[in-house]
Design a binder for this molecule. Structure first.
Ligand SMILES: *[C@@H]1O[C@H](CO)[C@@H](O)[C@H](O)[C@H]1NC(C)=O
Ligand SMILES: *[C@@H]1O[C@H](CO)[C@@H](O)[C@H](O)[C@H]1NC(C)=O
Ligand SMILES: *[C@@H]1O[C@H](CO)[C@@H](O)[C@H](O)[C@H]1NC(C)=O
Ligand SMILES: *[C@@H]1O[C@H](CO)[C@@H](O)[C@H](O)[C@H]1NC(C)=O
Ligand SMILES: *[C@@H]1O[C@H](CO)[C@@H](O)[C@H](O)[C@H]1NC(C)=O
Ligand SMILES: *[C@@H]1O[C@H](CO)[C@@H](O)[C@H](O)[C@H]1NC(C)=O
Ligand SMILES: *[C@@H]1O[C@H](CO)[C@@H](O)[C@H](O)[C@H]1NC(C)=O
Ligand SMILES: *[C@@H]1O[C@H](CO)[C@@H](O)[C@H](O)[C@H]1NC(C)=O
Ligand SMILES: *[C@@H]1O[C@H](CO)[C@@H](O)[C@H](O)[C@H]1NC(C)=O
Length: 538
């Protein structure tokens, strides 16, 4: 309890004896909290015991005591007049507030008057705190997302006016005062909440008169997620029948829930639904080991991250669609003895990436890099360089590509030529022979077709033949020969081989082909106009 004594009262008390004969004009203001013992003073100067004291509140007598006939106040009585005439309220209640007047008769028949105004404090109470927008966890802790704006509101009731203050206790500050005021409410706002704003926010209301204080604390968590998607990785397991898939998503708080599953492709292709779920955990990384027999071509494995800080409808995930390996390259390679040759293999489609290796011979022996072999890898392209090629190097090589789905091989056949076999003269003679040979073939064909026309076999057959291209490919050359079929069986070694391939080309190429000037002249005009063979290339 606090007693606020006015200066006037002090002055008057000091000269109380002078004032005793007066009607009395002392004024005291008192605050008391409910439950307090309040003592309302009357004649406080000197140690004179008044003979008679009466107290009046708001015009009504409340208490009277007569020193000449003391009646001991019964125990438990709330209001008591003490020996010195003070009025004691043993347990202040709301409603006790008011103006009390005391009249004391002092020995010598002097009277003394005093006025005491009593105020009963209330509160602080009904403290209410709201923080938002935020979501509440089951334990009452509030959660906001990084970057959001958060408003803090605190209000309470108190009489007299309370002191309100917001304080923050976080990882970096043990007790930081954020705002304070004297009043019934106090608000503040955080724009762009950062993880450093995570902590305990307390609103404290303090009644300066009663010195009563209440506070309310709320824990606020600031959740966040990284902008990027999770990362899907893979690794072969030690057990060759299994394969590891690892998903990581760092930088989220708290740890996200990661889930490895299949996309279900059976349903509506627009709406992705979940197929099987292989693993799920609340952690920054989630690894799952799948039996290879569970993996199929075209299957989409997806790692999905779930987090409170992700806005509804947004999803963070990574995925990949499994594809078997498909090594590609030139199936036939010819090299000159004592030179070096490079075999090339491209493995660009495999998912997860294949383990691609070069093997030699039908036994598929591993190729050990060294003075003979140089292995190199650039992106999807694997190269095997064979140095100082000899006849021993001739044969079949395999570019073997393996991923969890399948093993596929590209077969490359290396032919080694001795340098003496290659001369310009031989080539020249050969080309000349070819031209003659081709002319003969063409002439023969013309002749044959004319015959068919004469037999009246119809134009239907001729239309079918129209647009054919004859290409002669000579393998006795230093060049590498390409073929549309990736796995041609190995050619027999050491023999000059002439491949004759006939491709159909669209009839629009017809005109161009006619201007190529390679068509042998024909005697027969009828045949010439309808001639289906247009182009001969070497
Ligand atoms: C005191 O005063 C009252 C009246 O004011 C009177 O009746 C009484 O007799 C007086 N007593 C003494 C002891 O003078
Ligand atoms: C708290 O609120 C209730 C009702 O709203 C009111 O009766 C009570 O007096 C208030 N308490 C304080 C300390 O203001
Ligand atoms: C409430 O729960 C959250 C998450 O479970 C936890 O981080 C926090 O410490 C808890 N708060 C309290 C006050 O127990
Ligand atoms: C926190 O600080 C305020 C003033 O900034 C002080 O009144 C209060 O006692 C402090 N509380 C603690 C627990 O240190
Ligand atoms: C809040 O009130 C509790 C008791 O309810 C008290 O232990 C704590 O020290 C108070 N904190 C502040 C900052 O006033
Ligand atoms: C998954 O990746 C994380 C992060 O790179 C790593 O710490 C963890 O060991 C990996 N798990 C497995 C099973 O490879
Ligand atoms: C993996 O799948 C194969 C074929 O279904 C099965 O024989 C094998 O037992 C499986 N391995 C494990 C460890 O489940
Ligand atoms: C690739 O396969 C070979 C055996 O064919 C093995 O020695 C090597 O460790 C594998 N590499 C990887 C990265 O798995
Ligand atoms: C190339 O190989 C032959 C035998 O095959 C050997 O005699 C020759 O010295 C080799 N040349 C080089 C440069 O290694």
């Amino acid at each position: 309890m606090k007693i606020l004594t006015t200066a006037a009262f002090l002055h008057l008390c000091l000269c109380a004896t002078a004032a005793v004969s007066d009607s009395g004009a002392t004024e005291t203001a008192l605050w008391a909290a409910p439950g307090d013992i309040a003592t309302l003073p009357c004649y406080t100067v000197g140690n004179v015991t008044p003979t008679l004291t009466s107290w009046v509140k708001n015009g009504r007598a409340v208490m009277r005591s007569d020193a000449s006939s003391p009646s001991p106040s019964p125990a438990g009585q709330r209001l008591v007049v003490t020996n010195d005439g003070s009025l004691q309220i043993r347990s202040v209640m709301p409603g006790d507030e008011g103006t009390y007047l005391c009249s004391s008769t002092l020995p010598g028949n002097n009277t003394f008057h005093a006025r005491v105004s009593l105020q009963v404090t209330s509160g602080p109470g009904n403290l209410s705190v709201s923080i938002g927008p935020a979501t509440a966890l089951s334990n009452g802790t509030l959660v906001v997302s990084r970057g959001s704006s958060v408003s803090f509101h605190c209000s309470g009731s108190s009489h007299p006016s309370q002191q309100l203050s917001w304080a923050f206790r976080g990882a970096s500050s043990s007790n930081e005062s954020l705002a304070s005021t004297s009043g019934s409410w106090l608000d503040f706002r955080i724009e762009d909440a950062q993880p450093s704003a995570q902590g305990v926010y307390s609103c404290r209301a303090h009644n300066p008169v009663s010195d009563q204080a209440v506070n309310k604390s709320t824990q606020l968590l600031v959740y966040y997620v990284p902008d990027r998607h999770p990362e899907c990785m893979w690794a072969p397991a030690q057990d060759p029948s299994h394969f590891h898939f690892n998903c990581t998503w760092f930088g989220a708080y708290p740890a996200p829930t990661l889930r490895w599953g299949d996309d279900d492709h059976r349903g509506d292709p627009g709406a992705r639904s979940i197929g099987s779920i292989y693993a799920s955990d609340t952690a920054e990384s989630l690894s799952v080991t799948l039996n290879r027999s569970m993996l199929t071509d075209g299957q989409t494995l997806r790692c999905t991250a779930q987090h409170r800080a992700l806005a509804p409808g947004t999803e963070k995930s990574c995925s990949f669609t499994l594809k078997p390996p498909y090594p590609e390259g030139e199936p036939l390679v010819t090299a000159l003895e004592a030179t070096s040759v490079t075999l090339t293999c491209t493995e660009a489609v495999s998912l997860p990436p294949a383990n691609t290796t070069w093997r030699k011979g039908l036994q598929q022996e591993d190729i050990v890099p060294g003075s003979k072999y140089v292995l190199s890898e650039e992106g999807p392209v694997l190269q095997l360089k064979i140095l100082n090629v000899s006849k021993d190097d001739e044969g079949v090589y395999f570019c073997r590509s393996e991923n969890p789905l399948a093993v596929r091989e590209l077969e490359v056949y290396l032919t080694v030529k001795t340098s003496s076999a290659y001369t310009g003269a031989i080539l020249g003679v050969f080309i000349a022979a070819l031209i003659v040979g081709c002319a003969a073939i063409v002439a023969k064909t013309f002749y044959f077709n004319r015959h068919r026309i004469c037999l009246g076999d119809g134009f239907g057959h001729m239309e079918e033949d129209r647009g054919d291209v004859m290409s002669l490919v000579e393998s006795d050359d230093e060049q590498i020969f390409q073929d549309a079929v990736p796995r041609l069986p190995p050619l027999t070694n050491g023999h000059q081989t002439t491949l004759v391939q006939i491709h159909r080309i669209p009839s629009t190429d017809h005109e161009d082909a006619e201007t190529a000037g390679t068509r042998p002249q024909q005697q027969d005009d009828t045949v010439q106009t309808e001639e289906p063979v247009d182009l001969v290339t070497f």
